[in-house]
Design a protein around this ligand. Structure first.
Ligand code: OFO
Length: 173
């Protein structure tokens, strides 16, 4: 049984996860339009991942006797200055989401809600992995540098990371 506080906090997180999904979908669409198809694929995959995170919490709330609420999600930015900005924003966004997950863990501990604390540990690990992935991308972008003649190399590296990430997801299932 979840406290009212916990149900509200988890519903807020459902909204955050759906927003993350839409943010990555908007970024994927921008990359697609710019002809950056490997980056687009990487971000489309991330859209699906974030949607699955939202649903995971959604089902948990109902399973625990609460009421999961379909959120009203604000529109994410649709235009980006560069691929560097896209990935800088993804990294900053993941850092923000990690802080939100940690707040939920703190609440679960305060309320001695061991089931929710246990449920949230999957997200703690997921966030650690996601921050590491986006940080790796930022390091690669920094090494390659900006300038349109470097976009080809960036696309090659993102394709490699997509394959690696999919391999990890398949293992996790
Ligand atoms: Fe990127 O994260 Fe969901 O949780």
């Amino acid at each position: 049984m979840l406290s009212k506080n916990m149900i509200d906090a988890l519903n807020k997180q459902i909204e955050e996860e759906f927003y993350s999904a839409n943010l990555y979908l908007a970024m994927a669409s921008w990359c697609d339009k710019e002809g950056l198809s490997n980056s687009a694929t990487f971000l489309f995959n991330h859209f699906e991942e974030e949607s699955s995170h939202a649903l995971k919490i959604f089902h948990y709330v109902n399973e625990m006797g609460g009421h999961a609420i379909v959120p009203n999600i604000k529109q994410p930015p649709v235009e980006y200055k560069s691929i560097h900005q896209v990935f800088e924003d993804t990294y900053q966004h993941e850092v923000y989401i990690t802080a939100k997950i940690h707040e939920l863990v703190r609440l679960a501990i305060e309320e001695s809600d061991y089931a929710t604390n246990n449920f949230l540990q999957w997200f703690v690990e997921e966030q650690r992995e996601e921050e590491a992935t986006f940080q790796e991308i930022l390091s690669i972008l920094k090494l390659i540098g900006s300038g349109s003649s470097n976009l080809y190399f960036i696309e090659q590296e993102i394709a490699k990371l997509s394959t690696k990430a999919q391999g990890m997801d398949a293992q996790a299932k």
